[in-house]
Design a protein around this ligand. Structure first.
Ligand code: ADP
Length: 416
């Protein structure tokens, strides 16, 4: 009875450690120590199958010769451990020296006389991933109880090994993702910088030529300039995103009237709004909404939200822009009664490259970067943005900005 309680206590110990650690080495060392203790053996060891070489290798050992076992390969064919691994059944051998399956080289290399041995498979899901062995029972022969104990410890060791393998796979996957992200970011930076110079030349000369050729080809030159401006906008969007991601984007804050900026942004969209048969209404307070913020970036936020409202609202639709001020914040809503966003997509639209329509079947242009930049810029100001929408009914995008910019961390510490 006392022995059973002790055994249970040890097994519980191992289980507790198994759930608390992802550090495989110490856990396996503990498992072999407990295996030797509970089966009253001179030593115990764990051999794991190396899938690349097809051999078994000692991964943890307990007993006087533990350290010399490290890295001794054991063939699967022609060893007791290999037999257990292949068959999935425990094996007890009272005198391994007389057993033809016994792989003598291990005993010889570590200079240990192996008189009795019990080996059980380490089973995980439908695979045997290794073998747990106990050697030289101090008194008598290995019992069924010993085998049960080893089987339980073997399963725990298998779970620990698999956990560690999964953690390692996850770590490698993260590292690969990080590398891909870095490559993508570098690509954006290089491509954008390389495109900027020739594009500057195209825009410069196209504008010059448009002025020189006069009426004759002014329409064609207009098309060239507009297309070049569009490419410029795409490059700026990609660079903005990169600077946001790398934390290189800083705020240049100036005091200005937010209502004036909203009016100016809306005016720039008037022609497009009218040409698409849309109505744009402004609901602004009668007094200025004075804020201190990065004016260009606030304009980028407004432009992106307005451009989306125009893009995703069919002919005859409405767009509303509302602004109001509180004691320390301003709130702006850009709403439309356009196509709306399905609930399952609403949570993702602020992510990079997220678009509700599939890019191959999309009817609307864009790169799916606008909203992620908008969110980045709002957050850079210490504000927040959210969207509410219903398919076929329309969308509301609302952002709140503090009327004063956040104090950067280094300046906060200076103030303290
Ligand atoms: P883009 O407009 O370039 O595709 P955004 O990041 O600005 O990228 O927007 C992401 C996606 O969110 C859009 O592709 C669209 O599916 C959805 N979306 C944004 N604004 C609206 C809106 N006002 N109405 C409906 N859908 C919208």
């Amino acid at each position: 009875m006392k022995d059973q309680v002790r055994a249970l206590e040890r097994l519980l110990d191992v289980t507790r450690e198994l759930t608390a650690t992802v550090d495989l080495g110490p856990l396996l060392t503990k498992i072999v120590a407990v295996a030797a203790e509970l089966t009253e053996s001179e030593g115990a060891s764990i051999l794991l199958l190396d899938k690349q070489t097809g051999e078994l290798r000692f991964r943890a050992a307990h007993g006087s010769s533990a350290s010399s076992l490290a890295d001794i390969p054991v063939p699967v064919e022609g060893s007791i451990a290999g037999t257990v691994l292949n068959s999935g059944n425990p094996v007890v051998v009272s005198d391994p020296r007389k057993d033809p399956r016994h792989y003598e080289q291990v005993g010889e290399q570590i200079d240990m006389d192996i008189r009795s041995l019990a080996a059980v498979p380490m089973h995980f899901k439908d695979q045997n991933i290794g073998v747990l062995e106990a050697v030289n029972k101090q008194e008598g022969v290995f019992t069924e109880q010993d085998i049960d104990m080893l089987l339980t410890l073997g399963s725990q060791a298998a779970v620990a090994v698999e956990n560690a393998r999964l953690v390692e796979e996850l770590r490698q996957a993260y590292a690969r993702l990080g590398e891909l992200d870095r490559l993508k970011s570098d690509f954006i930076a290089i491509a954008s910088h390389e495109l900027r110079t020739p594009l500057g030349l195209i825009l410069g000369y196209a504008t010059l030529l448009r002025d020189q050729v006069g009426e004759a080809a002014s329409h064609q030159m207009d098309v060239v300039v507009r297309a070049a401006l569009r490419v410029k906008h795409i490059i700026e969007t990609m660079l903005n995103l990169r600077y946001l991601e790398t934390g290189e984007l800083t705020l240049v804050c100036v005091p200005f009237d937010l209502c004036a900026e909203i009016r100016s942004a809306c005016n720039a969209y008037r022609t497009l709004v009218e040409s698409q048969g849309l109505t744009l209404s402004l609901h602004l307070p009668p007094h200025p909404l004075q804020i201190c913020a990065d004016r260009d970036k606030v304009r980028t936020i407004l432009d992106n939200l307005l451009s989306n409202a125009v893009k995703f609202t069919p002919q005859g639709g409405h767009i509303w822009v509302l602004a109001s001020g509180q004691q320390h914040t301003v709130k702006v809503t850009i709403a439309d009664d356009g196509i709306g966003i399905p609930p399952e997509a609403l949570g993702r639209i602020f992510e990079r490259f997220e678009q509700v329509e599939h890019h191959m079947t999309r009817r609307h242009g864009g790169m799916g970067l606008g909203l992620s930049i908008v969110r980045g810029l709002v957050e850079l100001h210490g504000g927040r943005i959210w969207a509410e929408s219903e398919p076929e009914k329309g969308s509301h995008f609302t952002f709140i900005l503090p009327i004063k910019p956040p104090i950067p961390a280094e300046e906060t510490s200076k103030e303290e």
